[in-house]
Design a protein around this ligand. Structure first.
Ligand SMILES: [Fe+2]
Length: 334
């Protein structure tokens, strides 16, 4: 399993359907030393088969303090690319670098983020969803979200977090990046937005997997005031790792993103990139919010998954105890 041949159906789906690659388009595959070579090979082969041209750009592995930083040489190369496939394993730099955001906003690039994912993400679970259906659902949730102002997230583990959001910041990531300026992930299925800077407040208790840290045996507990983490409790190695990040990484205390997962095919397998897309899970991210249209630059963007959440937007329930309630929310908004 997970040999090159097993990855071909996924690579075809990404290149032909989700990216809708056209002949002679130029694709940058950004990798690092942790990228499985068979993934790069499968995608490169499909780009060639579609008549496109690819380059593989391998960047260094990145530690905590430069996690969102692309080498300048790669940034220059992206100026000449139509499409970006981010395949790095140790960092999310292809996705979260400010240059990527600038080129997406300029409409010269479209991108699919496959960063920080082991091979099993690409051959099962959320990778096998009906992406046309997911896109339609993402648009519906996005339509509701765009008209909201105040989002509240509560969970049985003890989260009660409130923040102001606004319509222009809603990001729909449901696999497709088939038009210039679009960005998606793979596997995928979420709608998200940055809370307005300085507005998030309350308590955040993380009981699911956390990017760069893993899943803690005991939930990680954050106190949030004026948009930033002001208190933290968490034991074990994951708690210590999070404490170290909070103490050392600039601006990582910023509450950067609220996201709602929509992909019903995602597994609960302990991998944050799979679980954050799982239907009815919520993720809250710390740190950098440039990708989400904000102004806080941090070396890290740390997604953290919450289980069985209830999400309300201006008092209208979008998710109740981990179940997405699109139709009732649409009726309430109408
Ligand atoms: Fe997200």
């Amino acid at each position: 399993m997970n040999e090159l041949a097993d990855l071909i159906p996924t690579a075809r789906r990404v290149v032909d359907e989700l990216l809708a690659l056209q002949p002679e388009e130029r694709v940058a595959l950004i990798t690092d030393a942790g990228t499985p070579p068979q993934l790069t090979g499968a995608l490169a082969g499909c780009v060639s088969a579609a008549g496109g041209e690819y380059v593989v750009l391998e960047m260094p592995t990145r530690g905590l303090l430069r996690n969102n930083e692309l080498p300048a040489m790669i940034e220059r190369a992206l100026e000449e690319a139509d499409c970006l496939l981010g395949l790095t394993r140790t960092s999310g730099a292809p996705t979260y670098a400010a240059t990527t955001k600038r080129l997406l906003d300029a409409g010269s690039l479209r991108a699919i983020s496959m960063v920080m994912r082991p091979l099993e993400i690409f051959t099962g679970g959320g990778a096998l969803a009906d992406y046309a259906e997911l896109r339609a659902e993402g648009e519906r949730l996005g339509d509701i979200w765009r008209r909201g102002r105040t989002m509240r997230i509560t969970t049985p583990a003890g989260t009660d977090l409130v923040a102001e959001v606004s319509g222009e910041d809603v990001v729909i990531e449901c696999g497709y990046a088939d038009r210039p300026g679009m960005e998606a992930a793979f596997s995928d299925g979420e709608v998200s937005s940055r809370p307005h800077e300085g507005t998030a407040r309350g308590t955040l208790v993380v009981d699911g997997p956390v990017a760069h840290v893993g899943t803690a045996a005991e939930p990680l507990r954050f106190t949030v005031e004026n948009g930033v983490v002001t208190g933290f409790e968490g034991g074990g190695p994951q708690g210590r790792a999070m404490r170290h990040i909070l103490d050392t990484v600039p601006h990582v205390t910023n509450i950067a993103e609220f996201g709602i997962g929509l992909n019903g095919a995602c597994r609960r397998n302990g991998l944050f990139e799979e679980e954050k897309k799982a239907r009815g899970n919520v993720h809250v991210a710390l740190g950098d919010n440039i990708f989400y249209g904000g102004t806080v630059a941090s070396p890290m963007h740390i997604d953290m998954v919450l289980y069985n959440p209830t999400v309300e937007l201006d008092g209208i329930t979008l998710v109740r105890d981990g179940v997405v309630e699109l139709e009732p929310a649409e009726a309430a908004r109408a």
